[in-house]
Each structure stands twice: as structure tokens, then as C-alpha cells.
Ligand binder design. Structure first.
Ligand SMILES: [Zn+2]
Length: 369
């Protein structure tokens, strides 16, 4: 690839790494990105939803008008702590830390790949597609940025392309994730009837026994190839001589098919209902499923990787990220990686070749001539 400046890519990566940006405190890194985009002549729209969850940085939308079918990139601005006073140890092939902090390659590597690729295209005056980018805060603490975007307002200002690449996959760059499950947490609160357990236990209804009977009938753990569930907490605390009249338990359920997940939650409720009417059930969406709307797009991305010499494959992953919320909003989102390894630990490192390769693949896809 002509004029590819590895030095510039690494300079941007280092700039970003050295700005401390824990979740909900990404303001300075947001300023850096906004300046970067504006200096390249991009249009910026800020989604200021951070007040809803106590953050200090907006979700940044950027746009560089081109031609032909557009693409939207995304990466998150927050990093896992401890990341303050980061010292980057630069080796030939990897960048790591001195062992006292995380690196923050998750997801500064993603940010750097996107920013550098746009820089490369514009600086060299290549004919390119419409380029959009969404830079989110609060990803590591429940995808707070992506979850809270006010899309109605966004669409009044900017219409990001539906084909999307989220640059935030852990591991090497030869994996294109296109599918991830939805996840719900749920809680049951079951009431029984209290009585003296030694004198007249027959007058009581043990809430703990109701819970035990219910859970023993639940489908849990591995439900099928694409669905899992787990009960992780049970609470009831009474003196030994009291028939317990209250218990609550909670867990999670994940699956690639949202309807199936909701069916199982419905089944759980029916099982409890058959034992007692006196219960409450709550469920919370942790994240929606990532389901691509068009697999042709992932074929094109894999082709771009191939063009730069990487044999990438489509993979299914087991967790949630911003990409799940974007998919729920109708984006055709895929997740690619930049070589971040041992993420969320102080042993975190980033393989520079993967960062470079994903940047090259992005450029390959963006360029029209
Ligand atoms: Zn990440």
C-alpha cells in the first residue's frame, strides 16, 4: 500500500493511549477526536446524552462525504482501570505496560485504526466512500454511550451509513465477528407464609421450598447450542424456627434468538405461577443480539482483508458490546480486531501488526480508485 505511514498510525495510537479516559470521564479523548476530525474537514455532531448516566463526554458522530455506498465505523473512548500514569513499553512487535496499569489498547487501538485510515484517505486525496464514525463513551460499564444515543436527534443532523464496522474485537485481526447473543438478567421475588417452624409448620408456606421446586424445573445452564442460562444468586434469611415467607433469586439468560430467550423467560414465570400466584418477576435487557442484516457486507470486508494479505474468517462471539446496540438500531454491524490481547488486565498488550493490518483493510475498503 503506497504511502502507508506506520509511524503516523503509531503516533495517533500513542497520543490516544496517553490521554487517561476511564469510563464516563472520556472528555479529553473526545476533545482530541473532535479536533482530529475537524482538522481533516469532517463534519461533527455530538449526542449529549451523557447527563442521563453521569458521564462527561458526548457520543461523537463524524462524517466525511464521499461517493458510493457508505460505511460507518465505531470504537469506544473509555478504557478499563487502572490506566492512570500508563508507561508504554515499546517492543518490536507489541506494545505493553510496565505491569502497573492496563494498556488501554481496548479500545484506543480501534480509535487509532479508524482515525488513521480516514487521515490516510484524505491526505492522499483518494476517491472514497461516504465515511461516518461513531465514537462512544461508557462502553465498558454497560455500553452506556451506545445505549443512550438519542437517535431521533441524530437523524435530524446526520444519517450514518447502515453498513458498520465496530473496531473493538479482542484478539487477532483475522476474525470478523458477525453474531453475538442478547442477554437479560432476571429476578424472581417469591412470597410464602410464615409460621413457627417447630410448633405449627403446617400453617406456613416455605418460600425457599417454592423456589427450590421452581428452579428444579427451570431449563438452565446449556439450554441449546445458542442459548444458556444461569441462576447465580438466592437470598432468604430467617431464624431457624421460622418458616421463611420470602425468597428472591436472580440470574441471566443469553441467546442468539431473542424470541427464544423471551419464551424461556415466559416458561420460567409459568413454572413459578403453577406453584404460587404470590410472586414478582423482573427482567432487564443487558444488551440486544447482534444479528447482521446483510452477510454480503461481511464478505466484502473479508475480501478487503484478503487484498492486504490476511485470511480473515467470520466468527460468532459470546458477549455484548456497542455493536449489539447498533445492530438493534438497524445497523448491519460487524466487529473486527486490532490485536488487543489480555484485555482488562495489567498484562494487556497490543500486536502492532494486527493494528496495522486492520488499518490497511479499512483503507482498502474505503478507497474507490
Ligand atoms: Zn472494548
Amino acid at each position: 500500500m503506497k504511502d502507508f505511514e506506520r509511524e503516523k498510525l503509531l503516533e495517533i495510537f500513542e497520543d490516544l493511549l496517553m490521554i487517561h479516559s476511564p469510563s464516563c470521564k472520556e472528555e479529553k479523548v473526545a476533545d482530541y477526536i473532535i479536533n482530529f476530525v475537524k482538522e481533516l474537514g469532517g463534519e461533527v455532531y455530538l449526542d449529549e446524552s451523557q447527563d442521563k448516566y453521569g458521564g462527561n463526554a458526548p457520543t461523537i458522530f463524524a462524517k466525511f462525504l464521499g461517493e458510493g455506498e457508505g460505511i460507518t465505523f465505531s470504537a469506544h473512548m473509555d478504557v478499563i482501570e487502572p490506566n492512570k500514569d500508563l508507561k508504554i513499553i515499546k517492543e518490536d512487535k507489541i506494545w505493553k505496560t510496565d505491569g502497573n496499569t492496563t494498556l488501554g489498547g481496548d479500545d484506543k487501538g480501534g480509535l487509532a485504526a479508524i482515525l488513521y485510515s480516514i487521515y490516510y484517505i484524505l491526505k492522499n486525496n483518494y476517491k472514497h466512500r461516504d465515511i461516518y464514525a461513531i465514537f462512544t463513551p461508557g462502553e465498558e460499564v454497560g455500553m452506556l454511550g451506545a445505549r443512550n444515543i438519542n437517535w431521533e436527534e441524530v437523524y435530524k443532523n446526520m444519517k450514518p451509513a447502515k453498513n458498520m464496522i465496530v473496531v473493538d474485537n479482542a484478539g487477532s485481526c483475522d476474525k470478523v465477528a458477525y453474531k453475538a447473543p442478547t442477554s437479560y438478567t432476571f429476578t424472581f421475588k417469591i412470597r410464602g407464609k410464615s409460621a413457627h417452624a417447630g410448633i405449627e409448620p403446617e400453617k406456613g408456606i416455605s418460600a425457599i421450598m417454592l423456589a427450590a421446586k421452581a428452579i428444579s424445573q427451570f431449563k438452565i445452564l446449556r439450554i441449546d447450542e445458542f442459548t444458556t442460562a444461569n441462576i447465580s444468586n438466592i437470598n432468604s434469611d430467617f431464624p431457624t424456627n421460622v418458616v421463611p415467607d420470602y425468597v428472591e433469586f436472580s440470574g441471566e439468560i443469553r441467546g442468539h434468538d431473542k424470541d427464544h430467550v423471551l419464551e424461556i423467560l415466559e416458561e420460567y414465570q409459568q413454572i413459578v405461577r403453577n406453584l404460587t400466584e404470590d410472586f414478582e418477576f423482573e427482567k432487564t435487557l443487558d444488551y440486544p443480539a447482534l444479528v447482521p442484516s446483510d452477510m454480503e457486507f461481511s464478505k466484502e470486508i473479508i475480501r478487503s482483508y484478503k487484498n492486504i494479505g490476511v485470511d480473515a474468517k467470520e466468527v460468532i462471539i459470546g458477549g455484548g458490546s456497542d455493536a449489539n446496540f447498533f445492530a438493534d438500531e438497524g445497523f448491519n454491524s460487524l466487529i473486527v480486531g486490532v490485536g488487543m490481547e489480555k484485555v482488562h488486565t495489567k498484562e494487556e498488550y497490543l500486536v502492532l501488526e494486527d493494528l496495522e493490518n486492520t488499518s490497511r483493510a479499512i483503507i482498502d475498503y474505503l478507497k474507490l480508485d
